[in-house]
Each structure stands twice: as C-alpha cells, then as structure tokens.
Design a protein around this ligand. Structure first.
Ligand code: ZN
Length: 212
C-alpha cells in the first residue's frame, strides 16, 4: 500500500509571560531540538533589542543562539529563505502590528513559526502584537516567573524606575517579576513624580543660593 503524505501544514506557536519567566530559554530549547533534528531553522529578533548581543538571542541565564535582526515584520518576511522549516522570533512585542500577518503567511507556506514575547506591558496592559498572535496561534505556552517579593507565581513585570515610556530596555534593577497582589502599576508614575519633586526642590534651592 502506498502511503501518500500531503504537504506538511505549518502552524504558529506562541510563548508568552512576564520578564524572568524563561520565555527566551523555552524558545531556544525548542529551536535547538529542531536543529538537532537537522531541520532548517532561522531565528529573528527585533532590531531594537541590542541588550546583549547583535547577532544572538541570549536568555538571562546566558543561553545563546545565533540570530538575524529585523526592524519590521515586513523586513523579517523578506529575509525568510524559501527552504526554511522552522522560524523562531524573540521579543515579539517589539515588532509592529504586521507581525501576526507575517506569521500567518509563513505558517501558510508550511513553516513552523515560534514567537516568544511579553504578553503585558509594565502597566499590566496587553502588549500588541502579542494578543493578536495569541488569538491566531495553534499552540500557546504561558511561562510564569516567581514573585520577587513574596514567592508566589508571577504573571506581571514590575517596573522599578520612574520612566513611563512603553518600551524601556533593561534587566536586573529596572524590572522585577511580581504576582497579582504585589504588582503595582502606579509605581513608575510615583517614582517619576518623586524625581520631578526632587529636581524642583534642587532648582528652588539653587535659585535661593543665587539670590544670596
Ligand atoms: Zn507577590
């Protein structure tokens, strides 16, 4: 009997969670397994993320794997080779709103597309385009960190510094993993106000000195 296989269908896998939950480690683990099986793998990270190395994905625990960078989802799509079987994308939240479309196109070509990223920003709000990717993915993995205050499972990224930009790169000292109870979305705003008050006091004191 002849067994006729239809061409493999592609699919989308999404790995989401807070910072320090092991998303990049999990992405690297899956990509390594594919490489061991001699599948053709391409790995991308957003051009904005240059924290550790320009041409590698690096987890906080120093696992690393060579990667290409792309500034936009369109650039990523253009860089994918036709014979690629598995595509890994790290820090998906730093890509534009076209990333779900690009992932759909690649899965439609029969590729396995794995995207890792933050599902929430520092305010606890859904971090686009990850929610859109979660909606269209075949497989979803949610990684949890451990709350650095109380030790419970942590689903939030707590920003510790007074800066309200949505994208603020940083690791230890800038962010902490926190559980629902210990997470304080107003902390960045409070810290920013404290800095402004301190600066205002300093300039008032400076002005007082000049008058003397
Ligand atoms: Zn906690």
């Amino acid at each position: 009997m002849d067994v006729v296989r239809t061409p493999a269908a592609g699919w989308i896998e999404v790995i989401v969670g807070s910072m320090f939950s092991g998303k990049s480690e999990e992405l690297i683990r899956r990509l390594r397994r594919a490489q061991i099986a001699r599948q053709r793998v391409q790995i991308f990270k957003p051009a904005v993320d240059t924290r550790f190395a320009d041409d590698h994905i690096v987890s906080h625990s120093e696992l690393r794997i060579p990667s290409d960078s792309a500034a936009t989802a369109a650039e990523l799509l253009a860089k994918v080779r036709t014979d690629t079987e598995v595509i890994g994308i790290d820090e998906g939240q730093f890509f534009d709103a076209e990333l779900p479309v690009a992932a759909t196109v690649l899965a439609g070509r029969g590729m396995r597309v794995i995207v890792a990223g933050l599902d929430q920003d520092y305010l606890g709000k859904p971090f686009e385009p990850m929610p859109q990717l979660l909606a269209i993915a075949e497989y979803i993995t949610k990684t949890r960190a451990i709350c650095m205050v109380c030790g419970n499972p942590a689903n939030h990224t707590q920003r510790l510094v007074g800066n309200r930009a949505r994208v603020l790169l940083g690791a230890s000292g800038t962010y902490e993993a926190r559980c629902r109870r210990c997470f304080d979305p107003t902390l960045a705003e409070t810290e920013e106000q404290k800095q402004k008050d301190a600066a205002a006091r300093a300039s008032a004191e400076g002005a007082g000195t000049e008058r003397r």
